[in-house]
Design a binder for this molecule. Structure first.
Ligand SMILES: [Zn+2]
Length: 270
C-alpha cells in the first residue's frame, strides 16, 4: 500500500453537476446503484493515479465494472451495531472512492489457499459509539481499515520476506490491530497474491545482497561503483510508486538497513 493523493484526480467535464443530480435523486429515495454511471465515469481517472494498480494490494487491476470501491460503504454496513443502510450521502463524493481489485473489494473465498476476505459491506470503527448514521463530521470516526488516502496508514503494512505474507509493520497495539484487520478484510493474505509478492521480495533481497557486496569497494574502485549503481537502480525501480507491491518492498528494504550500508536510507529517501 502507498499513499494516494486523491485530490490529483482529473474529473470529466460536468462531473460535479452529475454528482449533485444523483445525490438529490438518492435523497428522494433512489438507490445509489441506480446512478452507478456517476462513479464508473471516474474509473480510468482513478486508475491513472496509481499505474492501474489496486490501491489496497498494489496488484494490476483490469478496469472491470466493480473497480471503484466506496471506502465508506454506500449500502448496508455490517459492522454497525444499529441497522445502517450505508453512507449514502457519500455515494457520489469522489473523496470516498478507492480503486480496488475484485479480491480486495468483493467477498471471495479461495478454496485452494484456504483463505477468505474482501471488503464488501465491512467498515469497522475503533470506537463504534462514534459511528455516523447521517451526514456529520467524518473526522470523528476512526476507521479500523487502513486507508491508502491517509498520509500515514500505508506505513503500517509490511510483508514477510520468507513467504510474501502481509504483516503489521510494527507500531503500537492499535496500529497492529488495524493492520491485522485490514489484512483479513482486504484479503491481502490471498495465497496467489502472496506468491507474487514473495517473487518480488526474492528478487529485491538478491539485489540488496549484491549491492551490499559492491558498496564498500565502490568508494574507491570505479568499476565496483558502476556495478553498485546498476544494482541500486534495480532496487529503486522495485520500490518505485508505479511498481507492484512497492509499499511492501520499501518495508523489506527498510529492514535491511545497517550502519555499513547508509545507501539504503538514501534510496528510501529518494
Ligand atoms: Zn487488491
Amino acid at each position: 500500500m502507498r499513499y494516494i493523493n486523491l485530490s490529483r484526480v482529473i474529473l470529466p467535464d460536468g462531473w460535479f453537476e452529475a454528482s449533485a443530480v444523483a445525490t438529490a435523486a438518492v435523497n428522494q429515495g433512489d438507490s445509489p446503484n441506480d446512478h452507478s454511471a456517476v462513479w464508473r465515469q471516474l474509473k480510468s481517472a482513478l486508475a491513472d493515479l496509481f499505474n492501474d494498480k489496486c490501491w489496497y494490494c498494489e496488484t494490476a487491476v483490469p478496469r472491470s465494472d466493480n473497480a471503484v470501491d466506496h471506502f465508506r460503504p454506500k449500502g448496508r454496513v455490517s459492522d454497525a451495531v444499529n441497522p445502517h443502510s450505508g453512507y449514502k450521502w457519500l455515494a457520489f463524493d469522489q473523496s470516498n472512492f478507492r480503486y480496488a481489485c475484485t479480491f480486495c473489494n468483493s467477498r471471495r473465498k479461495d478454496v485452494d489457499g484456504g483463505t477468505a476476505g474482501g471488503k464488501a459491506d465491512r467498515f469497522p470503527l475503533l470506537d463504534e459509539s462514534k459511528r455516523l448514521y447521517a451526514p456529520g463530521t467524518l473526522a470523528d470516526e476512526q476507521p479500523v481499515l487502513l486507508d491508502p488516502c491517509d498520509i500515514s496508514d500505508w506505513r503500517l503494512l509490511g510483508c514477510k520476506r520468507e513467504n510474501g505474507q502481509p504483516c503489521p509493520a510494527g507500531g503500537n497495539l492499535v496500529d497492529r490491530k488495524r493492520a491485522e484487520t485490514s489484512i483479513a478484510i482486504y484479503h491481502l493474505q490471498h495465497e496467489p497474491t502472496c506468491k507474487l509478492r514473495h517473487a518480488e521480495a526474492v528478487k529485491l533481497l538478491l539485489d540488496i545482497e549484491e549491492a551490499k557486496g559492491y558498496f564498500i569497494q565502490s568508494q574507491t574502485d570505479h568499476e565496483q561503483e558502476a556495478s553498485f549503481k546498476r544494482v541500486a537502480k534495480r532496487i529503486l525501480a522495485a520500490i518505485d510508486y508505479d511498481s507492484p507491491f512497492s509499499g511492501e518492498m520499501r518495508f523489506i528494504l527498510g529492514g535491511e538497513r545497517d550502519q555499513d550500508n547508509p545507501w539504503i536510507q538514501d534510496l528510501l529517501m529518494t
